[in-house]
Write a protein that binds this ligand. Structure first.
Ligand SMILES: [Zn+2]
Length: 72
């Protein structure tokens, strides 16, 4: 099972980028968990709602295994 590695998407505009960089954007994180995880890679999951939701979404989708402690 592969995970697409993406950076800033082509359709990003200033508003989208601002939303993506927000640590309080669980809705976007749920829709785009891969991107959210990567954009917030430097964040602490305990302090970043976006990263936390992205992680939970990836786990629910079976994209990551929590025991591994990392995203493939
Ligand atoms: Zn964050």
């Amino acid at each position: 099972m592969s995970v697409d590695l993406v950076t800033i998407p082509e359709e990003a505009d200033a508003g989208n980028i601002e939303a993506m960089l927000s640590c309080l954007n669980p809705v976007w994180a749920q829709v785009n968990p891969h991107r959210a995880w990567q954009v917030h890679a430097e964040c602490d999951r305990e302090n970043c709602v976006t990263k936390s939701v992205a992680w939970n979404t990836l786990v629910e989708q079976g994209k990551v295994v929590p025991d591994s402690g990392r995203v493939r």
